[in-house]
Ligand binder design. Structure first.
Ligand code: ADE
Length: 237
């Protein structure tokens, strides 16, 4: 699976993917992450990638021309219909495990990282096929968000992890994960639940199921008590 990331800060992507599971997956040829510097596609003398917002207001807006040029140059024209082109923005739809699973079905994904006050809306309307937020908070740019999406999708690519690793985990089964313990059986006076030391596999499976259900219920109750912010407080990008 191939990820193409369009960003003003390609070096931000170097170290997170130079470690651990994703690094191994890249070395094994299971995934490719290509970063593309949007600035390299700006054509003026100063390589300008942002400009003042029409209508006034604070901050700068990313210009459409270098972004279109970068994406069209890398993906080709006409744009391949089977490659999602995703804008990372706090006003996108919220990322979750189901969306990670859907994205993992594709051979190739393009991610565009917004920065500053936002991206000219024509990028979202006429270039992107989707817009994704990783949560209801505003980051300084879409880079960290793109890394989160890449990490969550890449680990679902066949071969990156053993198949059983992605079956039991939180969100995949609709249940949150049960608590896990390792040695020592007692640490600072806190003992591991006795059932886990019992060797009784049926009892362990039952306990894990109950724990997962209890956690899921507690989390759902918490979500219900999180009142949405009044519309007036929501920043509209
Ligand atoms: N850019 C800034 N904040 C973001 C968020 N929460 N999700 C995706 N992209 C972003």
């Amino acid at each position: 699976m191939r990820f193409d990331v369009f960003t003003l800060f390609p070096r931000m992507f170097d170290s997170p993917f130079a470690e651990s599971i994703i690094h191994r997956a890249i070395k094994a040829g299971l995934i490719e992450i290509h970063t593309h510097d949007i600035r390299a596609y700006a054509t003026d003398k100063h390589r300008t990638t942002d400009d003042y917002p029409f209508g006034g207001g604070t901050g700068m807006v990313m210009k459409p021309e270098p972004i279109f040029a970068a994406v069209e140059s890398v993906l080709g024209v006409p744009l391949p219909p089977d490659v999602p082109i995703i804008l990372m923005t706090p006003s996108g739809r919220t990322f979750n495990h189901a969306l990670a699973q859907a994205l993992a079905q594709h051979q190739r994904i393009a991610l565009i990282c917004g920065h500053y006050e936002g991206v000219d809306e024509r990028v979202r309307e006429h270039l992107c096929t989707d817009a994704i937020s990783i949560g209801d908070y505003v980051l300084t740019g879409g880079e960290l968000a793109a890394m989160v999406v890449i990490d969550a999708v890449a680990r679902l690519v066949p071969g990156v992890l053993p198949p059983e690793a992605t079956q039991d985990e939180s969100h995949a089964s609709g249940l949150l994960e049960y608590p896990q313990y390792t040695r020592p059986a007692e640490f600072r006076g806190w003992r591991v639940p006795e059932v886990l030391l019992s060797g009784n596999h049926a009892a362990i499976a039952r306990w894990r199921r109950e724990q997962a259900e209890a956690r899921t219920r507690a989390r759902q109750a918490q979500l219900q008590h999180t009142a949405p912010a009044p519309a007036a407080q929501l920043k509209v990008e």
